[in-house]
Design a protein around this ligand. Structure first.
Ligand code: FAD
Length: 245
């Protein structure tokens, strides 16, 4: 753990929030990013594993995923919708799935995260706690604003109805998709999320999925290739849910 200047393991959310007010203090969840990062900046780590945040709870027609629930927990819990569980399985290899958490994925999940795309179409609301109390933020808003310093994600609430379907293109079946489209139909209508076309997974308009998108080029695909893939994959994902693009 070369980045750890200090390490503390509080036993409650309140104690963690108090520690996080200190300079250079950061939450440590599964550590798959924080411990592995090349960034040499020293960090005072506040380990969340004893704060009681690992529970998955069905409540008021929604499913509350504790921030410290691991991707392996999501993949194995029968209450988690099939498509979301499958996205958790696809996100990382099994050794990392048992470490990486829901909260860490929301904060660190990159542009290719199929799990974040699945959370987006399941209408995720993120519970954030800080010295000023508890707030609930829609996931797209949190992606834009980030988690304020000194604050913690404690849970992600999803609408567990309906199951999402993903269509994706990757260099090999085992690779992270270059672009993916995840669709879900529920009583509220259809939702569609894309990966690989922006700096984080995005919810898009199902009737015009690529409108306003400006993907970056990289060695896996040019911007125009990504846009073309996004349009084709969106059509397939929507067709699979019974919707027509
Ligand atoms: C080999 C490898 C492959 C990967 N592949 C992918 C991939 O395909 N797609 C992808 O999206 N990601 C990938 N990742 C990145 C990473 O595994 C995931 O984003 C992971 O889910 C992070 O979760 P964690 O619990 O390990 O977070 P940590 O490393 O513990 O934390 C990550 C960040 O989130 C903050 N944080 C953690 N929990 C909270 C919380 N509850 N509240 C506030 N802040 C918090 C930490 O302070 C830190 O800044 C990969 C990582 C590795 C090492």
């Amino acid at each position: 753990m070369p980045r750890a200047l200090t390490y503390q393991r509080p036993d409650s959310v309140d104690a963690a929030i108090t520690l996080l007010t200190g300079d250079g203090h950061r939450p440590l969840a599964g550590g798959t990013v924080l411990n592995a990062d090349d960034d040499p900046t020293l960090v005072s780590m506040v380990d969340l594993q004893s704060c009681g945040l690992e529970t998955i709870l069905a409540t008021d027609g929604r499913l509350r995923l504790g921030a410290m629930a691991t991707l392996a927990d999501l993949a194995e819990d029968e209450r988690v919708p099939t498509g979301l569980a499958e996205a958790a399985r696809a996100e990382l290899p099994s050794t990392l799935r048992s470490l990486a958490t829901v909260g860490g994925t929301v904060v660190a999940g990159g542009p290719d995260s199929v799990l974040l795309a699945a959370l987006l179409v399941h209408d995720s609301r993120v519970q954030v706690v800080g010295p000023d109390g508890v707030t609930t933020v829609m996931l797209p808003e949190l992606q834009d604003l980030g988690v304020p310093v000194g604050h913690l994600i404690t849970a992600v609430d999803i609408d567990p109805t309906g199951s999402c379907i993903r269509h994706a293109t990757a260099r090999t079946p085992a690779d992270v998709p270059i672009v993916s489209a995840t669709a879900r139909t529920s009583d509220d209508g259809v939702r569609l999320a894309l990966t690989g076309v922006a700096n984080h997974p995005v919810l898009v308009d199902p009737s015009d999925p690529t409108s306003g998108l400006t993907p970056s080029d990289d060695f896996r695909g040019s911007a125009s290739y990504r846009l073309r893939l996004a349009a084709v994959l969106a059509t397939r994902a929507l067709a699979a849910t019974g919707e027509v693009a």
